[in-house]
Design a protein around this ligand. Structure first.
Ligand code: PXP
Length: 242
């Protein structure tokens, strides 16, 4: 089979981090988003954090204006975050339970414990016409809970897959396959992200049934230092080709 069924969404947070380190507009985040699309990405992801060390709240409006593919905003649904998202209405919002001072996201939702909060939050996002994905560990027990709170998709947190890949990739991917199957069975879409890279991506994509989208930031932007953004996006797309 040729073609590609899993979309690549480039997370441009690390580009914003470089820009913020000098207080100027170099590199220009909006231009980078447009260029990523020109080079073939099928989505742009941003993760505004409370300390705004990466993408800032005032980046979201200008990005929404130019992103012509899929715009995905991920983050912890604080009141400020929800106001931002419902104002700018991206195509997708990915809810992540990360602490305000988290270095990076490192765990999915407990969909049972947070059922009422997630139901209210997802209801508000749906009212604004936004598709909602929720960050989940590879745990089949949490999948029914994701459906119960009316999420449209889950985003599998792939940190443990990336950690286990070099030791035993079959063992590392097993819980992800099971969780994806459980999601497929009840009509939940499946996204994935975190620590995916040029080495571990292809095996992941080939083994996860119905993988709709991957969002990749850290490794892709790092690889761009060596290969350039245009080449690197093509390399990631090639890993996703069926
Ligand atoms: N998904 C979520 C929820 C994240 O928080 C991140 C990191 O911002 C990613 C995906 C992308 O991870 P990485 O930068 O390791 O590719």
């Amino acid at each position: 089979m040729s073609g590609q069924s899993t979309r690549l969404s480039v997370n441009i947070n690390k580009v914003a981090l470089i820009r913020n380190s000098r207080g100027s507009n170099v590199p220009d985040l909006v231009k980078v988003a447009k260029d990523c699309e020109l080079f073939g990405t099928q989505g742009i992801t941003v993760h505004p954090r409370p300390d705004q060390r990466h993408v800032r709240y005032d980046d979201i409006g200008p990005l929404k204006e130019v992103v012509g593919t899929e715009f995905n905003i991920e983050g912890n649904p604080t009141p400020e975050f929800l106001d931002l998202v419902t104002t700018h209405k991206p195509h997708q919002c990915t809810l992540v339970p990360d602490a305000p001072d988290a270095l990076t996201s490192d765990a999915g939702w407990d969909t049972k414990k947070h059922q009422s909060f997630l139901t209210d939050t997802i209801g508000r996002l749906h009212e604004a016409g936004i598709r909602v994905s929720i960050f989940l560990d590879p745990d089949t027990d949490m999948v029914a809970g994701a459906k119960a709170v009316a999420a449209d998709r889950i985003e599998l947190y792939t940190g443990d897959y990336a950690k286990g890949y070099h030791q035993d990739k079959e063992a590392a991917i097993k819980p992800f396959v099971e969780t994806a199957k459980a999601a497929n069975d009840i009509g939940l879409g499946v996204n994935a992200g975190h620590d995916l890279d040029l080495i571990n991506l292809e095996f992941f994509q080939q083994n996860i049934p119905g993988l709709l989208e991957v969002s990749i930031g850290h490794a892709l932007i790092t690889d761009a230092l060596y290969y350039g953004l245009q080449n690197v996006i093509q390399m990631y797309l090639q890993r996703l080709a069926d």
